[in-house]
Design a protein around this ligand. Sequence first.
Ligand code: SIN
Length: 283
Amino acid sequence: MIKIEPTGESLGATISNVDMANLDQSAFDEIHAAWLEHLVLRFRGQTLDDTSLAAFSRRFGKLDNAPIGRGGDYPIPDRPEITIISNIIEDGKAIGGLGNSEAVWHSDMTYVDMPPKASLLYGMEIPNTGGDTWFCNMYRVYEDLPEAMKTRIAGLRCKHDSTRTSSGSLRTGFAEQYSPEEQPGEDHPLIVRHPETSRQALYLGRRRNAYIVGMSAADSDVLLDEIWDHANASPHSWAQKWAVGDLVLWDNRCTMHRRDGFDDAERRLMHRTQVQGDIRPAT
Ligand code: SIN
């Protein structure tokens, strides 16, 4: 019997009694339903190699490949679906992305036309303090907006910047600055309807360089600041405090996440997969 224990917060549940290597369809369906209900699932005490992490992830859909590194290859060449998130340096080179710094609130890759639907993060080495990953329930953030704001932003679209990572570094090949109209990235509705639950959620991506299409840059900034102040102050978040062997799965269509920084003298190592989206975000 799969055990589902909600965190008691606005999102998140811990799942136990799951044999990931031998998951039949009805057990998977139960996990899938729990994921849609709780938005973030945590499986504790897992022992996963990259093949089993990829196999479990693939139950949710086709996987994206990891970004190609500066050396011209995937981080794990025979497992292209695995991205490494780490601050570890080996032979003078970072083995993974994001380092030890704080990562700001964001949803993954919303700057493409069909952003990923899910991400899975598996904790392999964990610092003693810091490095918690926070998740925010964007259905609840939307529902809490004042009615006047819901009416005001209905029908508006927001440009999602593709030039910077969630820790603020500039991606290769992009300039430091663009005009709002020329900012590289896709635009999506500010309010989206989840394709599986039909619930409405606020769809923000990330704040930096965001731009509301058709507005002056100044008016766009004023409105976005107001919406982000509301999201930042939301009580609908929950922090995942990592233990080795935790696997965390989140729904990228109705959550944002952020990460606390941690001491660079400590090691943090995560393997990550990303499930492709199959539909453009729509109201
Ligand atoms: C991420 O933003 O995907 C990484 C989160 C983390 O390192 O906890």
